[in-house]
Structures are given as structure tokens and as C-alpha cells.
Design a protein around this ligand. Structure first.
Ligand SMILES: *[C@@H]1O[C@H](CO)[C@@H](O)[C@H](O)[C@H]1NC(C)=O
Ligand SMILES: *[C@@H]1O[C@H](CO)[C@@H](O)[C@H](O)[C@H]1NC(C)=O
Ligand SMILES: *[C@@H]1O[C@H](CO)[C@@H](O)[C@H](O)[C@H]1NC(C)=O
Ligand SMILES: *[C@@H]1O[C@H](CO)[C@@H](O)[C@H](O)[C@H]1NC(C)=O
Length: 343
């Protein structure tokens, strides 16, 4: 009741006087630290930490309510975590004051805070897989404390850098890549490549923290080099040029041997008939009567009418065979004569 008698200005004067008397230090350097949508208000104090000062921290969203809501109260820590009450698209104001034995300091306010714009996006996880001479890069978004990165931002892109280990000066940069995965190709075989990625939010021209360099060694791509093709061609050519004539030669020898064993020359028809006719019975009579049974053999040589081929002349077998045949023929002719004389 007494208070209502005072004019408002008088009350304010009394309050400010009491604050001055209390000499409680106003929190200094009030700041919002926000990583991956976690929101923490931090501040400093000029007062010795041995004092019994406590702090109260509050927040307010611009819009519906102008009232502040208390999140941290009577705490000695120089920080207050607001993550649980934050939504990504709000606009927040935070404030904090020092309190001690019923006395309070003035409020110290933070600047307006836009979680989606102002939060610091951490490093994504980068996984590398070496396949057929290429390296597959898979990027996994950092985990947000509120919602997911894809839910918060309609368009998430990535800055990707890669380099061959030992050649850090020659970095390939691929900015604003829309896909969280890509294939690095045209890499050298059996070389170690390192990749770094960071999230990029184009809407705010905002880059996240770069990941630590992840490295992977390429294998061979399985494709055949032109040099290897040439070697294979030369080797196959050599093999063919050696084996084909050899096979041909072998086939020719076989043919020659077969021809020698099974000559194409045919017995004359009358000779065949003579040989196939059964012997006359009188021969046996003569054989029985004659005291001296002398077996007489006549060798018959059959000489093919077809002219000898060029190659056959070169062949020793044929020459010998021919010579032998001729010799035998002469011999048989002699025998024939002898038989005639005897008869
Ligand atoms: C802090 O508070 C305790 C009691 O809660 C009191 O005994 C002590 O003297 C206080 N210290 C200071 C520096 O005010
Ligand atoms: C704001 O605070 C006033 C008094 O402290 C209270 O009457 C009012 O209901 C509050 N408004 C909201 C939206 O909380
Ligand atoms: C405020 O602090 C002063 C001295 O620092 C003390 O005398 C006074 O009792 C305090 N006020 C309250 C309400 O505790
Ligand atoms: C985006 O930010 C970079 C530095 O972070 C700056 O160099 C560039 O000019 C900015 N681009 C736009 C369109 O604001």
C-alpha cells in the first residue's frame, strides 16, 4: 500500500540506489555459444570467485510474448544451457544478472540470436572407400542437438578438398557440392589421398567446421594400360608365328607317314582277279607228285602312274623306297628268267 503512494519515478530512483549500494557486478561479456544447435549463454564476472554470487539467466522470443522465461536460477556457474527451449527458427534474446543475499545486479543482455543463422555447424564425418582405382567419399552430416541438419536447412551442400599425400600444395577444391557422396576418379594407382569436407549453407553463406583429413590408398583400377596391351599383342604374335609353322610341319610329317603306310596305288584289276581266284586242283596234284617241293615266290611291285611331287623327291624315304622297289623288280625279273630256264 505504501508503495502505491510513491510516484513511479521515485520507486525507480530507490531501486537504482539500492543496486548501486549493493555494488553487485553486472555480468560482462555476455555471449551465446552455439554448436550444432546447442545454445549456451556464457558470461564473465569481475568479482572474485570466492564471493557468494549467484546468477539468474532468462530468455525471450521475439514475437508472441515480451516476457522473459527463467531457465537458470541461483546458480554459481558462469553459463546457462538453453538448448532444451530452443527452436531453430526463433529469434532469441538472453539476459543474466548477478544476485547475492537478496540484492541483484542489473540485467546484462545478449544480442539477438537466430539459431539457424548463428549456430556453428560442426565437422561432418567423412568415410572413404577405395574401389577400382577410385575413392568413394561418403559424407555424414553432423548430429544436431535440435532436429537434423536436413530439417533445419532446406539446402545443405558441401565443400570438399582432396590432395595426394605429400602434395599438400596441390589441393583440388570442389565447392558447393549438393550430394553427400561422390567418386574421386583419375587418381594415381597405389597412392594415398586425403579428403576434407565441410558443410556449406548457401542461404547464409555459412561454412561449417572442416573435418579432419581422412586418408585412403587407391588400388589399381583393373583397366589395362596401353603398354600392357602392346606386350600381350607382341607375345601372342610371337607364339603364333612359332607354333603355327610347327603344327603345319607336324601335320605334314603325319600325312607323309600315313601316305607311306597306306599308299594310294591300287592293284590292277586282272591281278586282283587272279589273286582272288581259287587255285586250280591240278596244282595240288603236281605238288603231291613232285618230290622236291620248292616254294617259289614272285615279288610284285606296283608303281603309281601319278608323277611324283616335288616334295616327295626331297624325302629320303621315298627315294630309298623307290630304289628298293626298282631293285626288287629287277631281281624278280631275273628270278622269272631263271624259272623260265628251269622249265
Ligand atoms: C557466503 O555465504 C555463506 C553462508 O551461506 C557465508 O557464511 C559467507 O560468509 C558468505 N561469503 C561471502 C564472501 O559473502
Ligand atoms: C507476462 O508477464 C506478465 C506479468 O509478469 C503476466 O501477467 C503475463 O501473463 C505474461 N505473459 C505471458 C504471455 O506469459
Ligand atoms: C543488499 O546488500 C547490502 C550490503 O551489500 C545488505 O546490507 C542488504 O541487506 C542487502 N539487501 C538484502 C535485501 O538482502
Ligand atoms: C561468403 O563468405 C565468404 C567468406 O566467408 C566471402 O568471401 C564471400 O564474399 C561471401 N559471399 C557472399 C555472397 O556474401
Amino acid at each position: 500500500m505504501a508503495v502505491t503512494c510513491f510516484p513511479e519515478s521515485g520507486l525507480l530512483i530507490i531501486l537504482s540506489v539500492s543496486v548501486v549500494l549493493a555494488m553487485l557486478p553486472v555480468p560482462k561479456n555476455v555471449r551465446v555459444t552455439s554448436i550444432n544447435m546447442g545454445v549456451v549463454l556464457e558470461w564473465d564476472t569481475t568479482h572474485p570467485s570466492s564471493s557468494n554470487h549467484t546468477y539468474t539467466a532468462e530468455y525471450r522470443t521475439s514475437g508472441l510474448s515480451r516476457n522473459f522465461s527463467t531457465v537458470c536460477q541461483d546458480q554459481t556457474a558462469l553459463r546457462c544451457d538453453f538448448t532444451a527451449v530452443i527452436v531453430p527458427y526463433g529469434i532469441y534474446t538472453f539476459r543474466v544478472r548477478t544476485e547475492s543475499q537478496g540484492n541483484t545486479s542489473r540485467w546484462a543482455r545478449s544480442a539477438e540470436f537466430f539459431p539457424d543463422r548463428d549456430t556453428w555447424i560442426g565437422a561432418p564425418a567423412v568415410k572413404l572407400t577405395s574401389t577400382e582405382g577410385n575413392i568413394r567419399v561418403d559424407i555424414q552430416n553432423p548430429v544436431m542437438k535440435v532436429k537434423t541438419l536436413g530439417e533445419i536447412y532446406s539446402r545443405v551442400a558441401y565443400h570438399i578438398r582432396y590432395w595426394k599425400q605429400g602434395k599438400e600444395g596441390e589441393v583440388t577444391v570442389m565447392n558447393d557440392m549438393e550430394q553427400p557422396g561422390l567418386l574421386l576418379n583419375q587418381l594415381e594407382d597405389w597412392s594415398k589421398y586425403c579428403v576434407q569436407a565441410q558443410v556449406f549453407i548457401k542461404h547464409y553463406n555459412k561454412s561449417g567446421e572442416p573435418s579432419k583429413a581422412t586418408c585412403e590408398t587407391t588400388t589399381t583400377d583393373g583397366k589395362v594400360e596401353p603398354r600392357e596391351i602392346a606386350v600381350v599383342l607382341v607375345v601372342s604374335f610371337l607364339v603364333v608365328t612359332v607354333t603355327v609353322p610347327l603344327l603345319f610341319l607336324m601335320a605334314w610329317r603325319c600325312y607323309r607317314v600315313l601316305k607311306f603306310l597306306f599308299p594310294t596305288a591300287k592293284l590292277p584289276e586282272h591281278l586282283k582277279q587272279y589273286l582272288m581266284e581259287p587255285p586250280h586242283p591240278w596244282i595240288f596234284l603236281v605238288m603231291q607228285n613232285s618230290s622236291q617241293l620248292e616254294e617259289q615266290c614272285h615279288e610284285v611291285s606296283i608303281i603309281s602312274e601319278s608323277p611324283l611331287l616335288e616334295g616327295e623327291r626331297l624325302c629320303g624315304h621315298t627315294e630309298e623306297q623307290r630304289g628298293m622297289m626298282e631293285g626288287e623288280e629287277e631281281q624278280s625279273q631275273n628270278e622269272n628268267r631263271e624259272v623260265d630256264k628251269m622249265q
